[in-house]
Design a protein. Structure first.
Length: 121
């Protein structure tokens, strides 16, 4: 057997879901790579089992600190999305200038048409 085939069978063998046939057993007895893989898998299962029984007590103020940090982050995000006073003033000045320039241009065009009509008559 090849290592790739045996390595795919190791989780089932360690979990007890699959039994090893003679060829797999022989390969495991002679292949150091597969033996190491089996040892890593067993160690992983032991560590996971330890984590199931371990309970970590959170700090008493952790919930309050987390909620405060979330609130601060939300406020910072909201203030970044709103235009600042200076930006708003610049935008208003530019908009006002554009409106005034447009009104002036419309007025000058209207006057020049009136003159052209007076000259034509």
């Amino acid at each position: 057997m090849r290592c790739d085939e045996v390595i795919s069978l190791i989780p089932g063998m360690v979990d007890g879901e699959a039994s090893a046939n003679v060829a797999v057993e022989r390969h495991l007895q002679t292949c150091l790579r597969c033996q190491a893989e089996m040892a890593r898998y067993r160690r992983l299962l032991r560590t996971l089992a330890m984590l199931r029984t371990r309970y970590v007590e959170p700090n008493p103020g952790l919930l309050g600190e987390t909620l405060a940090a979330l609130t601060d982050a939300a406020e910072r995000s909201a203030t970044r999305t709103l235009p600042s006073g200076r930006r708003l003033a610049y935008a208003g000045a530019i908009g006002g200038t554009a409106v005034a320039a447009g009104a002036t241009a419309a007025l000058l065009i209207a006057r020049s048409r009136r003159r052209a009509l007076r000259l034509a008559s």
